[in-house]
Structure formats: C-alpha cells, structure tokens
Design a binder for this molecule. Structure first.
Ligand code: SAH
Length: 394
C-alpha cells in the first residue's frame, strides 16, 4: 500500500480524529498513488495514523479508518450496518416514515459518501473518487445490511471532481427502476424523482423543521419561499393553515409541489403554487391583504465556496429584510441557511442586520439545525451546515 508521511506536528489533527489530511501537511509520498486509492498515513516518526482515500486537491486524504485493520468488504458492511442501526434505533425506519438519510459523509465516518433511502431504493452520491471507486462494494453492503432496500441508484455525475480521470455514469448498480416513487415522511406522501430531481431527489434534512412548522400553522396564512417539492407546504396544510402559497423559480419544482399537494390533499383549494423569482414575488406584495402570518425562507446555498461568503451574507440579509418588511404583525418567520461556509453566528448576524433595518421587534423562538440522520461527527465540526431561526415579529 502507498504510504504518506506527514510533516512534523501535522499529525495533531489526526490524533484528534479529524478525518482530513490537507495537501500542505504532507512531507513525502512513498510511491505514486492514483486518485481514489486507499493509502496509509504515517507521522514523521513512521507511526501509523490512519487509512484513507487519496485525491488530488486541497484535501489530499479522506480518512476511512483510524484503526489499523483490514479495509475489506466486511469493513464497509460494518460501517453501513452501524449507520442503519442508529437510524432504526431512533425510530426513523418506520411504517409511516420510509425516507431517511442512511449515510451522511463524515458524520457516519464515511467521508465523501451520501446515501438517501426512499422506501426500497437507496440513492447513492459519491463526492470523492475513493467512494466512486468502491461504489459496487458499497451498494452490496447497503442491500445486505438494510433489509428494506432492493435497489441502489448511483447519482454522481455532478458531484465528483470534473477534472478527475473518471467517467461516472448515473444508473442502477443493483436492482432497477421500480416506478414506486412515493416516499413516506411522517405519514405524508412525496413523489421523489431521483433521476431528474435536485441532489438525491428530496431534501430530507428539513423533516424535523417541517414538523415544527406544522405545529404553528393552524389558522395561519403561509408563504413557502423556495418550496422545491413543497415539503413545508404539505406540512402546513396538515397543520391547519387557512391558505398556503408556494413559490419557486423553477417550473419543474412547481410541478412537483402541485403533484405532492394533490397526493396528500386532492382538490384542496387552500394551496396555490407560483413559478416566480423569490425577490420579485416579495417585492410585488403591496397590499395588506397580501401579507402572510407565516413565511418560510429556505433558499439554496448562497455560498458554495469560501470566496463567495461576503456576497452570500448580503444575499441572506436582503432576503430576510424583505420578509421582515412583508410579514404581518405577530407573524412568524422560519429562515434557513444551508451554506456550509456560513457559520451559525454569521447567519444570525445577517438576519439580525435585516431585522434592525426593518425596525421591527423580533424574538428568536427556536434555533434549528439538521436532523439526527444528518449527524455531525464531533471531531469534524465542518459537518454542521443547516442553520435555522424561528422568529416572532411584533
Ligand atoms: N425548501 C425546500 C428545499 C429548497 S431548495 C424543501 O423543503 O425541500 C432551494 C430551491 O430554491 C430550489 O428548488 C430552487 O429551484 C429554488 N430557487 C433558487 N433560486 C431561486 C429564486 N431566486 N427564487 C425562487 N426560487 C429559487
């Protein structure tokens, strides 16, 4: 196996179980690793530190094991099994809920791998070449260890580094298209299109936050901005909202929202979906009758990289300022950021500035995060990405 020797002192983060080796920490590579290859990482005195997947880039190694054990099919089976048993033990694998994230990268000690389960199909996304190379092994581990899963769809064309000398192809690694695209989340039905949808087809990470919204929806008029599949809208309907408006700039998203509303509340006239830009929509609300009691702001990641951070913060401020301007007195705002590079404090500061600009009295009711099936590895705080605030606006 190829060996990577670190510079003196650069082993410290690995001794604290942080799962990345940055290229700048490497003193010497013994041999010529190909991208995705399993390598051994040693400190300057040749003590064993970890095994990981090698990749060209600023993160040179993603650690898969801090133990000196054989990395074979059994190893992957065990990792998948541990992840599954955790979900099962906290009640996410249930009659009324067959939709959950099975593997959340570093959070499940499998850096570079995302797996979402929709009923009998697992949708797998590799974000590292190492995981791409072992996709077949992982797919077998999934069907072996997760009793409900019969099909594994691989969807990594857009998540792998495009410069790598590989040609990932999306498709079924195991099983086939079952056409049973209806996923159940807390008894609600959602049509999930993993072939054409964003990411793996559905944003499972908002499940708990959607449940909280349901509790607040009774008797309220609700505006669900950036609705995508209409998740928050369907929960608001169940919670007893008097009116629900869903907005997304993508016509395909609006089609999905309408379908999901029809699946759960056929013919219910409380809901309308609009294919429009969020800022334009909020700018065009002029009269008091057009104001809402409850607004959800769940935009896409405004910053995907650190250099986009400043503009992202401005974006969050501008968006939230619009909501503060428009919400009814005594209204509630659910506001989110899913940008990993934006910290909880930075996001809060952006929302705080927007509130101050509106000169309205605002209280924080809840501070929200990602759910338990998107766990954060305690040694890898970077894994915390979803941040939300529930605000009472006087
Ligand atoms: N709230 C959703 C997930 C939102 S994903 C859920 O619970 O599942 C972000 C969505 O924002 C995408 O569907 C995207 O089409 C939409 N979007 C991106 N830019 C937009 C804009 N300027 N105006 C309105 N929608 C936008």
């Amino acid at each position: 196996m190829i060996t990577i020797i670190l510079k003196p002192k650069k082993e410290e983060s690995l001794l604290r179980f942080h799962p990345w080796v940055f290229s700048g920490a490497i003193q010497n590579i013994e041999g010529k690793p190909v991208e995705g290859e399993l390598v051994e990482v040693l400190d300057n005195r040749r003590n064993f530190l970890a095994f990981g997947h090698f990749q060209i880039g600023s993160i040179a190694v993603r650690v898969v094991s801090f133990d000196k054990i054989e990395i074979n099919q059994n190893f992957w089976n065990l990792r998948i099994e541990q992840a599954y048993l955790m979900r099962k033990s906290i009640g996410l694998v249930a009659e009324n809920n067959n939709t959950y994230r099975l593997i959340h990268g570093e959070g499940d000690s499998l850096p570079g791998l995302i797996v979402d389960v929709y009923g009998d199909t697992a949708v797998m996304q590799a974000h590292s070449i190492g995981m791409h190379e072992i996709r077949e092994k992982l797919a077998h581990a999934i069907v072996e260890k997760v009793p409900q899963v019969k099909n594994v769809y691989y969807k990594s064309e857009s998540t792998l580094p495009f410069k790598a000398a590989i040609e990932p192809e999306d498709g079924y690694l195991i099983g086939h298209d079952t056409k049973s695209y209806i996923a159940l989340e807390n008894d609600l039905k959602f049509q999930v299109d993993w072939l054409l949808g964003q990411k793996t087809g559905f944003f499972i990470d908002q499940r708990e936050n959607r449940s909280l919204l349901e509790r607040y929806a009774k008797g309220k008029s609700v505006l669900n901005m950036f609705c995508y599949t209409g998740g928050f809208s369907v929960y608001a309907m169940r919670g007893g909202a008097t009116l629900v408006h869903s907005v997304d700039s993508s016509a395909k998203a609006i089609e999905l929202t309408d379908k999901n509303l029809e699946l759960n509340y056929p013919g219910d006239t409380r809901h309308t979906a609009f294919a429009e830009d969020a800022f334009k929509y909020l700018n065009n609300l002029h009269t008091l009758e057009q104001q809402y009691d409850l607004i959800i702001l769940d935009p896409p990641a405004f910053a995907k990289h650190r250099d986009a951070l400043r503009n992202a913060l401005k974006g969050y401020k501008r968006l939230n300022a619009k909501a503060f301007e428009q919400i009814k007195p005594g209204g509630i705002i659910f506001t989110f950021s899913c940008s990993q590079v934006v910290s909880k404090d930075q996001f809060r500061l952006a929302v705080f500035s927007a509130a101050a600009e509106s000169k309205r009295n605002v209280r924080i009711l809840h501070q929200l995060s990602q759910p338990a099936d998107h766990p954060i590895n305690i040694y890898h705080p970077e894994g915390e990405y979803l941040k939300g605030l529930v605000l009472w606006v006087e």
